[in-house]
Design a protein around this ligand. Structure first.
Ligand SMILES: Nc1ncnc2c1ncn2[C@@H]1O[C@H](COP(=O)(O)OP(=O)(O)OP(=O)(O)O)[C@@H](O)[C@H]1O
Ligand SMILES: [Mg+2]
Length: 238
């Protein structure tokens, strides 16, 4: 049986130097290929949760598994490799390297991951060809690929960031408010492209947004305030 793309068990997380838990989630699963829309007020812990799922942060207690691998059992170096191999991130501010071309920003995800290169090889595709295919699907004109990322519009940078997350078919794509810098039409168009690419690759998608208009396109809508019993408890006992 294929393990869930993400599984959380009895997760607790407290930021160092703070008196209360930021997150307390007893159980959560994201099925393989499932697309989930996660929302919650500012400061409710959405980005913190994504960092825990990416193994960038370690839980204070409990377990995070990605594609059946418990992240807590890996050394920090092995966890970094696992993240590079299996998770594509799209951040709110995209985190592109400004002086590198769009193409090299996308290829970087393959440089850091032998598993992504191997998956592409098995599919009979070179990284260079896959950049071209993704760029075409994400509506990025070929001449944009040779420009430094700093010379692209916000919407173009966003699509480069999506291509970087998707290249080499990671089983999980995690997106943290990737559309907040765009107008409504462009948001919807970007979401269609991202959903289409995830579906084609069989990747699960965990998508964080404040914009509930986008929620209808997902398999499941999840409120972090409902999932996280720290947030609801703190409302009852201020
Ligand atoms: N490095 C840090 N050290 C201590 N506390 C932090 C740190 N980063 C975030 N927090 C706290 O953790 C809580 C959750 O923050 P987080 O960034 O996960 O919220 P969010 O739901 O992503 O908010 P937003 O919608 O504004 O992006 C907040 O109370 C925040 O102040
Ligand atoms: Mg956030």
């Amino acid at each position: 049986m294929i393990p869930p793309a993400v599984a959380l068990r009895d997760l607790r997380f407290r930021w160092p130097g703070t008196a209360t838990d930021c997150l307390a989630i007893d159980r959560f699963e994201l099925a393989p290929g499932e697309r989930v829309f996660l929302h919650g007020p500012s400061g409710s812990g959405k980005s913190t949760l994504l960092s825990l799922i990416g193994g960038v942060l370690s839980p204070s207690a409990g377990a995070v598994s990605v594609a059946g691998q418990a992240l807590g059992t890996l050394s920090p170096a092995a966890r970094d490799r696992y993240r590079a191999d299996h998770i594509g991130f799209v951040f709110q501010l995209f985190n592109l390297l400004p002086y590198l071309s769009a193409r090299d920003n996308i290829l970087l995800a393959c440089r850091f991951s032998a598993a992504r290169r191997t998956r592409l090889q098995r599919a009979g595709c070179s990284p260079a060809l896959e950049v071209q295919r993704l760029a075409a699907h994400l509506d990025l004109a070929p001449d944009l690929l040779d420009r430094p990322a700093s010379a692209l519009s916000v919407g173009q940078q966003q699509r480069v960031a999506a291509a970087r997350a998707l290249i080499g078919q990671p089983g999980l794509v995690v997106a943290d408010e990737p559309t907040s810098a765009l107008d409504a039409d462009r948001q919807a168009a970007f979401l269609e492209l991202l959903l289409g690419e995830c579906a084609a690759a069989g990747a699960a998608l965990l998508f964080v947004s404040h914009d509930s208009r986008l929620a209808a396109r997902f398999d499941r809508v999840l409120s972090l305030t409902e999932l996280n019993h720290v947030a609801s408890d703190s409302g009852v006992h201020p």
